[in-house]
Design a protein around this ligand. Structure first.
Ligand SMILES: Cc1cc2nc3c(=O)[nH]c(=O)nc-3n(C[C@H](O)[C@H](O)[C@H](O)COP(=O)(O)OP(=O)(O)OC[C@H]3O[C@@H](n4cnc5c(N)ncnc54)[C@H](O)[C@@H]3O)c2cc1C
Length: 565
């Protein structure tokens, strides 16, 4: 069968595209990745590549015609195939099924099997079911995966308790005296468990409501369309398989790493008592969030980070401000330090680290290991079906399909940015493509957040990366000029908008301050719509809100801020 070349969906709002030019002629051989045609929408010009080697057999839509997303515009004959015998698709420029565009049942009863009930898997299952597919979801542990059970949600619940402690401590600033309050660690953990349980129950109910069949068990491949459940021997078949098997905590090969007091993030979240002192190895997002939780509750905390600063990957200026605040909260931060070993003695653990030629030690009751996570497909038997993996992650194309036709992957298991909202977006992109769309996964505006105090959020390029790309403009607005930040007594913060100098397009937004993690959504939407700094500055923002600082930072680029000399 020839391969259908379709008008891709390049963004959520795209419904049609204009073919401006064919770069290949009918009958011309093409290699995978070569450009077939150029399309234009209101927003972008995009070169569509050949998905595989072959011959451009038939062009069904000539240049200068507009066709809906999903319409077949050409047929690519596979090597050795002639098109005479190949059936032409119904009508080349026929509109994509209306229901598909609306996200509803276009595809009949295609069977999809999803491995992993985390945020990469369960939203994809619901989306596929909404689109009319028959979906089976296999989960070996708990629905909701890492995010709901051992990640985003439990950590934020703990940080909320820490925030209450901070509020109590500074209550007199607001004219309220709260002397003699106590932290009940057991109750803090119990509330976290209640929040988790409510959400995971909710996921189960949503899946049930959409008639997704949930199988509790460990899946492994029998062949490309069949998985077997280890615990029961049951075999499950699908027209397509989506792997969303996630990730597990990373480890480092140092002496003492398996000691009794060395805990990964899962174990930290199951602690029964509050440790007096902790060494956190790894100053990334997970490490600093745990550090903030513990310091607020009165634990002595030391973070040891190998790189020169905390939260690597975050815009340097923002990361430096966060490090200052974390240090001010009482956390001892050691950077540029390589941990050499952990020695366990009764109730103490001594962590040895090297900074340059100097060797130092720090002693604590517990050691938290937060050195990143690694994609996990260890139980799936992927070599049996020949799925490609590189540097520990499954390899997928821009549509989220692996090298094995019909097997797709999404979420942490494909590596790259490991975040819950991205896992969901990838999973949904994959199932839409399984069900007939041709949607390129768009990584342009992926926000990332740190739920410390102050919060940090960002989307797009950091200043460092943007400078590498070309001429930029930067608008900064410090929160001491923002009325709402003063009301909240949280004026230590900054909004930074980075735009392209030539066209003014916003390339990145970085925020440190109260509500940063909610406010970034505005920048995400704007960047998805390719907004300019001028447009951001011109949008009317509600007053008094911290979000006005985003507008003011954009104003710095587009004519000058109002509340800054
Ligand atoms: C402490 C911590 C805090 C975090 N905080 C945030 C945050 O605030 N915001 C954010 O965006 N991200 C956060 N993350 C990251 C986020 O949790 C992950 O990016 C997200 O959970 C990835 O989803 P996933 O579905 O790809 O994988 P997972 O959530 O790991 O789900 C994979 C599921 O597949 C199952 N599975 C694996 N193999 C098999 C098999 N063979 N058969 C059956 N089932 C299988 C697993 O049991 C698991 O439930 C945090 C992570 C941690 C550890």
């Amino acid at each position: 069968m020839p391969v259908d070349i379709v008008m891709p969906k390049l963004g959520l709002t795209m419904t049609e595209g204009l073919i401006t030019e064919w770069r290949k002629k009918e009958g011309e051989p093409v290699k995978k990745g070569e450009i077939l045609f150029v399309l234009e929408t209101e927003k972008v010009t995009y070169e569509v590549e050949a998905p595989e080697d072959g011959t451009l057999g038939r062009i069904l839509v000539p240049a200068q015609q507009t066709v809906p997303v999903g319409a077949v515009v050409a047929l690519l004959a596979k090597p050795g195939e002639t098109l005479a015998s190949a059936p032409a698709p119904a009508a080349a420029s026929a509109p994509a099924p209306k229901a598909a565009a609306a996200g509803q049942a276009p595809a009949g009863k295609k069977k999809i099997v999803i491995v992993g009930g985390g945020v990469g898997g369960y939203p994809a299952a619901i989306r596929a079911a909404r689109m009319g597919a028959e979906v089976t979801l296999i989960e070996k542990d708990a629905l909701g995966g890492t995010c709901l059970n051992w990640g985003c949600i439990p950590t934020k619940s703990l940080l909320q308790s820490a925030g209450v402690v901070r509020t109590m401590k500074e209550s007199e600033t607001f004219g309220v005296k709260c002397k003699g309050f106590e932290v009940d660690f057991g109750a803090v953990m119990a509330r976290k468990n209640t929040v988790v349980a409510q959400l995971t129950r909710g996921v189960g109910a949503l899946l049930k409501a959409k008639k997704v069949k949930v199988i509790q068990g460990t899946a492994s491949f029998v062949d490309a369309k069949t998985l077997q459940i280890k615990e029961t021997g049951e075999k499950v078949q699908g027209d397509a398989v989506l792997i969303a098997s996630g990730s597990v905590p990373g480890r480092i090969p140092i002496e003492g790493i398996d000691g009794p007091d060395v805990m990964d993030s899962n174990q930290v979240l199951a602690m029964k008592t509050l440790p007096k002192s902790v060494v956190v190895i790894g100053g990334g997002v997970i490490g600093v969030e745990f550090a903030q939780f513990l310091i607020a509750l009165g634990t002595e905390v030391t973070i040891i980070e190998m790189l020169p600063g905390l939260v690597p990957g975050v815009d340097k200026e923002i990361a430096t401000l966060l490090q200052k605040q974390i240090t001010a909260a009482g956390v001892k931060v050691v950077t540029g330090a390589a941990v050499k070993g952990i020695a366990h003695k009764k109730t103490e653990n001594t962590v040895t680290y090297a900074i340059g030629d100097k060797t130092e030690t720090v002693t604590a009751e517990k050691v938290f290991l937060t050195v990143g996570r690694k994609p996990d497909f260890s139980l799936l038997g992927i070599d049996k079906v020949g799925i490609r993996h590189e540097r520990g992650a499954l390899v997928v194309n821009e549509f989220m399909e692996t090298n094995v036709p019909g097997i797709w992957a999404a979420g942490d298991v494909v590596g790259g940015i490991m975040l819950a909202h991205l896992a969901s977006a990838e999973g949904e992109c994959a199932v839409r493509n399984i069900l007939g769309h041709r949607e390129v996964m768009n990584y342009k505006a992926v926000p990332s957040c740190i739920y410390t105090s102050p919060e940090v959020s960002s989307v797009g390029l950091t200043e460092e990366k943007a400078r590498e790309r070309g001429e930029i403009q930067i608008g900064r607005f410090p929160l001491r000029g923002n009325g709402k930040a003063l009301v909240l007594n949280e004026t230590e913060g900054l909004v930074k908008v980075i735009s392209d100098r030539k066209f003014g397009e916003v390339l990145g937004v970085h925020i440190i301050g109260p509500h940063a993690t909610d406010m970034i959504a505005e920048a995400v939407l704007g960047m998805t719509m390719e907004m300019t700094a001028e447009e951001l500055a011109g949008a009317i923002h509600p007053h008094p809100t911290v979000s006005e600082a985003i507008m003011e930072a954009a104003m710095v680029i587009a004519g000058g801020a109002i509340h800054m000399p």
